[in-house]
Design a protein. Structure first.
Length: 272
């Protein structure tokens, strides 16, 4: 006896078959589009780096401009020196933070940005001559009100003067914390100074409520106290010796990274 089209068995069979077909289609599409997604992510990263360095122009060939203007280098955050252990073209510091052998645990006062773990090596991006860069672009991240905020901070070759800041990933409230992407707010950062003195260890840059009044202050985001605190906290971390502090200190001293590392090698040779 033929089954009715409304029978439970036939309905479940059709539903199961439809699920299988849809799963195959979605899986196939995901695999087929993976390379394109990776390409777009890489293009977005380069665009954000060029943008924070004030080098981006609509319609430009992003890859060509990036290759001709930017030199990525991997820095050991514990020493502030360049490392040849990782290829800067492929090294992913954000993923490295998950590996206990390639990262360290943070807690208490050493973790104002709420990161929990931080990678041992991170990638910086140098604008112009890598031996005497015009700008140094640093990846920054930290907790905002609703989740992790990720962006870039561009600093002049003196290791102290800010060129710009940008965020490419965040979940902050539009119109409030989401104003971190407002060009008018971002424009305030140009010319601000990270440290009070050339030999300072702790960064002085911060967001100030009620209006900025000094070279180390930027206006806080109106109505977004927790997001503003998050921005200050992530800068306090990444610009301190726990982050890029030791690396930037060598630029502030007027000694290039390659010169500093060459001097270290020479001292080791003399002491041998």
């Amino acid at each position: 006896m033929a089954q009715s089209n409304n029978s439970i068995k036939k309905i479940l069979t059709v539903a199961f078959a439809l699920c299988i077909v849809c799963s195959v289609i979605v899986s196939t599409a995901a695999v087929a589009l993976r390379s394109k997604q990776q390409f777009n992510q890489e293009l977005d990263r380069k665009t954000n780096i060029l943008n924070v360095a004030d080098l981006y122009e609509p319609g430009m060939d992003v890859n060509e401009t990036f290759e001709s203007s930017i030199t990525p280098r991997v820095v050991n955050l514990e020493t502030g020196e360049y490392s040849e252990e990782h290829d800067p073209a492929t090294y992913n510091a954000f993923e490295a933070r998950r590996d206990p052998a390639a990262s360290r645990t943070l807690s208490g006062e050493k973790d104002p940005a709420g990161l929990t773990r931080v990678e041992t090596y991170s990638t910086v991006y140098l604008v112009g001559n890598p031996d005497d860069p015009e700008q140094i672009i640093l990846p920054i991240r930290g907790q905002g009100l609703w989740g992790l905020m990720r962006g870039f901070l561009a600093v002049e070759g003196d290791g102290n003067t800010i060129v710009g800041i940008t965020y490419y990933e965040h979940a902050e409230t539009p119109g409030l914390g989401g104003e971190v992407n407002n060009p008018r707010w971002q424009a305030q950062w140009e010319g601000k100074e990270i440290f009070d003195a050339a030999d300072a260890v702790a960064p002085a840059i911060h967001l100030a409520k009620g209006g900025a009044s000094g070279e180390n202050e930027v206006d806080a985001l109106s109505g977004a106290t927790l997001t503003s605190n998050g921005v200050t906290n992530m800068l306090q971390f990444w610009l301190s010796p726990e982050g890029f502090g030791d690396y930037l200190a060598k630029f502030r001293s007027g000694v290039s990274q390659d010169e500093a590392q060459g001097a270290d090698v020479e001292l080791e040779t003399e002491g041998a």
